[in-house]
Design a protein around this ligand. Structure first.
Ligand SMILES: *Cc1c(COP(=O)(O)O)cnc(C)c1O
Length: 399
């Protein structure tokens, strides 16, 4: 590998040069089944023809103008996203971290400009969760609840207070002791933090708490959004609509695009001169996202993700029943095609061992196997993933 790449990733010794559906091919022509899809990015699988054609057609027509002008694809995409999510307005970015930057800026400016608070907010503060992940820019790494992401980059951006996920009392306590809270920012499932899922009513309780305190509820759906969990957005499982919602990963099926959606007062906070992006929402990026959404709709892939997600859960429950009984598997969780298997011991080695079996998986939080297969995965492929992963786990915990 080249010495000219900055050493920010511990990379596996493999390079893929081609992709088709749920499969990737390395430079020797070997085929691999992808149960990670670029970390929840390629929901339609690799090189989906509808997305490739949309990009090619748009590239041959018009790639970039500027947000100084109207962009028809951007308007169309914003209309569709708002219709799917019940939100009002969208700001387009090029990545998840940038979408969260926009969300954080909305929350801060809301604190400074809104007259709903009885006192003047000096240091608008956002409640965030431990073990969360919100990105690698300075404000998003400061919001992130993981010291590994933060160490070495101090001073952190102030204005974030961390509480444990699923702990409503902790939120109430922070609110009682701090007059500058303006928002609560949370992932509907913690993607990087070990796939913690919300307990029943947790997200509704946050919604109600935000309503009664005039806080903005910010949902980071960057990993969970775009049909991944069996609904368009994971917050919909809890029947809630946030004030601000961020998207990225699955939105362009591999073409970089992020979005910060907002509703009601939150949608009116950013005005000319307060935020911007040269590349955000280009005709090209929006063409990719439009094709992605249309293909998910046509293929009824939201429903498929829900059904196949249940199939994965049941499949792993039965394949791993003995290890669950022995306490070697602590939990199998997730929702839709976000599947987490928590072992009683570290298991990062399994990523390499799965690769040897021509299967791409991921391990997060040291001991949680994370699967993020394509929305187009079929049952035969699901069976193969369940068989390989279960065999690897068995070997790992019994050796
Ligand atoms: C990946 C991710 C981000 C950051 O997105 P980038 O595009 O890498 O900046 C933020 N939040 C969540 C929940 C993510 O999974």
């Amino acid at each position: 590998m080249s010495d000219h790449i900055m050493n920010t990733y511990g990379r596996l010794p493999i390079s893929f040069v081609k992709g088709e559906g749920c499969y990737l091919y390395d430079d020797k022509g070997q085929r691999y089944l992808d149960a990670l899809t670029g970390i929840a990015v390629c929901g339609l699988g690799h090189s989906h023809p509808a997305v490739a054609q949309a990009i090619s057609k748009q590239a041959n027509t018009l790639m970039h103008t500027s947000n100084l002008y109207g962009i028809p694809n951007q308007e169309k995409l914003a209309d569709i996203l708002c219709q799917l999510s019940s939100m009002d307005r969208v700001f387009f970015s090029n990545s998840g971290a940038e979408a969260n930057e926009a969300a954080i800026k909305i929350a801060r400016r809301y604190g400074h400009t809104s007259n709903v608070f009885k006192h003047k907010i000096e240091l608008p503060t956002i409640i965030v969760a431990n073990k969360s992940f919100h990105g690698r820019t300075l404000s998003t790494l400061s919001a992130t609840g993981n010291s590994k992401v933060q160490v070495g980059f101090e001073p952190l951006v102030p204005g974030f207070i961390h509480v444990n996920y699923n702990d409503m009392d902790a939120i109430k306590k922070v609110a009682q002791n701090n007059n500058d809270i303006v928002a609560i920012m949370i992932e509907p499932i913690q993607g990087e933090g070990g796939l913690a899922t919300p307990e029943k009513h947790y997200l509704q309780a946050i919604r109600e708490f935000c309503d009664s305190h005039n806080y903005l509820m910010i949902l980071d759906e960057i990993q969970t959004g775009i049909a991944r969990t069996g609904k368009w957005f994971a917050g919909q499982h809890s029947d809630i609509v946030p004030d601000v919602m961020t998207l990225a990963k699955g939105l362009g099926n591999g073409f970089p695009i992020g979005a910060c959606l907002a509703k009601g007062v939150a949608a009116e906070i950013l005005v000319p001169g307060t935020h911007g992006s040269t590349f955000g929402g280009s005709p090209l990026a929006c063409a990719a996202a439009l094709a992605t959404i249309e293909t998910i709709q046509k293929g009824k892939l939201t429903q498929h993700a829900a059904e196949l997600g249940d199939y994965f859960q049941q499949g792993f429950q039965s394949a791993l029943a003995d290890l669950i009984a022995q306490g070697k598997i602590l939990d199998i969780r997730g929702r839709g095609l976000m599947v987490g298997i928590e072992l009683d011991r570290p298991c990062t080695d399994l990523v390499k061992k799965a690769l040897d079996k021509h299967l791409l998986i991921n391990v997060t939080a040291d001991s949680v196997i994370r699967l993020l297969p394509a929305l187009i995965t079929d049952k035969t492929q699901a069976d193969e993933i369940i068989a390989i992963v279960s065999a690897l786990i068995n070997k790992h915990v019994n050796s």
